[in-house]
Design a protein around this ligand. Structure first.
Ligand code: NAD
Length: 494
């Protein structure tokens, strides 16, 4: 929280206003700038609960939509504090100062495939951040009740369908799933030791208005509008991926029921429960596209590609009988109705066209392992890397460390969208291009000669820029194609 002065006063006044409650409930919703948190917070406020939001507004996907969600919530009386879950003193302050009765813990690093690119963010938010939140809760008196987001991904390699809470879930297929499973186990520990009441909700692929741009319904809509091909994953033997797509209002209904029914956090009353919140009606991704085509009024271009080894599972299908019985959960929205509502929102939200940020957003799915030869073939620069300045052209050797090999710089040139670090294995490259000073060129040449490499000096920095621009275009295309990359048995793989 701001340390002193007018900012602190504004913070406290707004938070105090936001937590005013006519129902006795004061709910801290984490992840209110996110998709599900936004909708839940809005619902709670409308019925009179005191609600305070918390979000770190991280740039995993374009932040413009996060700020718009938070602004819309603020207009409805819900204040979102910009803070990280790992800010323990902030959590202590919020929980105690505003006498929080319930926590709806939705803030997390979401997304299955991104975990192959930035695994640390999952550990920081989903594991460390979650523990900080529970630690802060356990020191409250009275302790709040906690409902938190798990995920259908915990079913991982489970082959028994539909997925039931009674199934064993110890074979996660992604780091994301492993952190969500960890949440459930950590929740059990805090329930067991400190008597915290804990309800975990395994959401199944949520979609709807204000949805996530990294998810299929959203990204497919943008591509259909632009006339770009949709990549559709196929499993073994050309089988189609199936998902239990669940409309946001049905998820909100399940979250609200969980908050309303969770017993008090005392040793005597606390419970530990986990529920599936799905739609119990899995459909193929192709069917989802047909719904989008009808709602948008335009045909999609479909490109079926093999599923990359990044942790997606072939089919998710929810058995929601436990939630039906204990939460009175009844998903009622058909996929076509839900998609119609999503498209109506999308058309209104982007009535003036996509924002610049959204128009340039490319969600990179980086395979866990690269087929090096294939990657270089896509770039048509076998065993060559374009380099410009000293930090980029320094192969391992005496000068390394002084100059450093900056892949950050190179991926910056590539718009930060494509992590080239595995390519920068200088040991396996034999050609470098540089526009450096003659002295630096000579030094690099000496280093390269020792391992039989070739250095190709460029005539001027302009030539480099021209080539870098070309590489950028290729990288963009490659990024689009990455999905096709499959490790070959005989290839060098990372
Ligand atoms: N949307 C789905 O289909 C789906 C499916 C299964 C599970 N979930 C889970 O539901 C929850 C909500 O998902 P969503 O779709 O709204 O995702 P989202 O990414 O839109 O929202 C999550 C929000 O949490 C915030 N956040 C992340 N790390 C944080 C941190 N360390 N501190 C503070 N804020 C942080 C992000 O900025 C984001 O706004 C997540 O826990 C997600 O894993 C979602």
């Amino acid at each position: 929280m701001p340390s002193d002065g007018p900012q602190k006063r504004r913070f406290e006044t707004t938070a105090a206003e936001s937590t005013k409650s006519s129902t006795g409930r004061v709910i801290l919703v984490t992840g209110t700038a996110g998709f599900v948190g936004y909708h839940c917070a809005k619902f709670f406020k409308k019925r009179g609960d005191g609600v305070l939001g918390l979000d770190n507004f991280n740039p995993y996907y374009p932040v413009g939509i996060k700020y718009d969600r938070a602004q819309d919530l603020e207009d409805s009386g819900v204040y979102t504090i910009k803070a990280d879950l790992n800010d323990r003193s902030m959590l202590d302050h919020i929980l105690q100062e505003y006498k929080v009765t319930h926590v709806l813990a939705l803030a997390a690093q979401a997304g299955v495939r991104y975990a192959t690119k930035d695994p640390a963010s999952y550990v920081a938010s989903n594991v460390a951040g979650f523990v900080q939140l529970l630690e802060a809760c356990r020191f409250c008196d009275p302790q709040p009740r906690i409902v938190y987001a798990s995920s259908s991904s915990v079913y991982g390699l489970n082959t028994v369908s539909p997925f039931s809470e009674s199934h064993q879930v110890d074979k996660p297929a992604s780091l994301y799933a492993a952190t969500k499973k960890a949440n459930e186990m950590i929740a059990h520990t805090y329930h067991h030791i400190y008597g915290l009441s804990m309800t975990g909700l395994r959401f199944f692929t949520v979609y709807g208005p204000w949805g996530r741009p990294d998810m299929f319904a959203f990204s497919a809509t943008i591509k259909i509008h632009k006339g770009e091909a949709l990549k559709i994953f196929q499993g073994p033997g050309g089988s189609e991926l199936e998902r239990d797509f669940t409309y946001i209002d049905d998820i909100v209904q399940g979250c609200v029921a969980s908050v309303d029914r969770i017993p008090a956090s005392t040793k005597e009353t606390a419970h530990f429960k986990v529920y599936n919140l799905g739609n119990k009606d899995p459909v193929t991704v192709t069917y989802m596209i047909e719904c989008l085509e009808r709602a948008i009024g335009k045909k999609a271009i479909k490109n079926y590609v093999p599923m990359p080894p990044t942790g997606d599972v072939l089919k998710t299908s929810a058995d929601v009988s436990l939630a039906e019985k204990e939460l009175d959960y009844k998903p009622t929205t058909s996929l076509q109705d839900g998609i119609n509502k999503f498209i109506a929102w999308y058309d209104a939200y982007y009535k003036d066209g996509l924002t610049k940020e959204m128009a340039s957003y490319v969600f990179i799915r980086v395979p866990a392992m690269f087929d090096y030869r294939r990657l270089m073939a896509i770039f048509s620069i076998p065993k060559t890397v374009f380099v410009a300045n000293r930090p980029l052209c320094c192969p391992p050797g005496p000068a390394e460390g002084k100059a450093g090999v900056s892949y950050k710089r190179l991926s910056g040139i590539l718009d930060g969208r494509f992590d080239l670090s595995p390519v920068l294995d200088f040991g396996s490259l034999d050609r470098f291009m540089t526009s450096e000073t003659p002295l630096a060129v000579a030094a690099a040449q000496r280093l390269l000669q020792r391992k039989g490499g070739v250095l190709e000096p460029l005539k001027s920095p302009y030539e480099y820029y021209a080539r870098a621009a070309l590489l950028q275009v290729r990288a963009r295309r490659a990024a689009e194609e990455m999905i096709d990359l499959q490790p070959k048995k005989d290839a060098d793989v990372w």
